[in-house]
Design a protein around this ligand. Sequence first.
Ligand code: BEZ
Length: 325
Amino acid sequence: MMKHVARLIASAAIVAASSVAAQAEEFRLGLITPPPHIWTKAAEAFGAELSEASGGAHSVSVFPARQLGNEAEMLQQLQTGALDMAFMTVAEVSNRAPELGAFYAPYLADDIGHAGRILRSDTAKSLLEPLPGQVGAVGVGYGMAGLRQIVSRGEVTSADDLAGLKLRITPFTPILDFYNAVGAAPTPMPLPAVYDALANGQVDAIDMDAELIWVLKYYDHADTIVQSDHMMFPMVGLVSAKVWAGLSEEDRAMIGDLMAKHVDSTIDSYVANEAGWLEQIAGTGKTYTKVDASFFGDAIDEWNATWSEKTSSLEALRATAAETQ
Ligand code: BEZ
């Protein structure tokens, strides 16, 4: 009898020890943005709040600026469970989940606030549901960066001036299709490589957002900024599906809710700051022009024709865009 009790106590102790070990986690979160970027700050704030909410049981080490690899590599690491979490461009995820490409319909969003409302819609949320099966990661919610603009080393007075230009793009298909339709020579290049490429003339122009143009001084090596606002640029908070499967219900709720809150906070940051960055860029003395959809001529119709065949979500997103105007 005593032996039996001792065995029970011993096995209870093992269960208790292993459940403590299973609950306390040191998560690693990767992203490609530099330390001062809004996404990186949001990742750090998420880590701090998770640590506090879990009474110090959980911690998050944030690895910015591509320290763990580029986004394609990080997505692979999430799939195998080698990486726990990431704040990632929807652009990269869309390379493996093409329905997400519909977010990049040129001028789907009228302005930055509208982009935020589209991303906060149920339609947008529903597009995250298949991600565990498609990319091996759970999408907890959206964030975003600013609308896309064009920065060029030479003069750009019409879309004809973009013809044949080596124009840096984020590596994903919808933007590649867009600039091919424009007649440029789109050059896929991950964010951390862009500054030097523009400075040394490896590319003639870049597709970029106001925060990075201003904060990282991309305008330094350019003559012209075209404020075209041609696309929104969503981000998604991801947790490895393998890691997620090993979490308790309670931890999933806490981590999911807190990560969703902090990725969502980036939407408010861009809505609040975008106009100010653009004003400051316009004040640099560079040639600054503001254009609309008509600047790109037929390229937009061409993009729409291609992508309404490639995705079934475009129509639903357009309806949502109309409802949230
Ligand atoms: C880019 O590829 O331009 C980009 C990536 C992450 C955040 C913002 C911009």
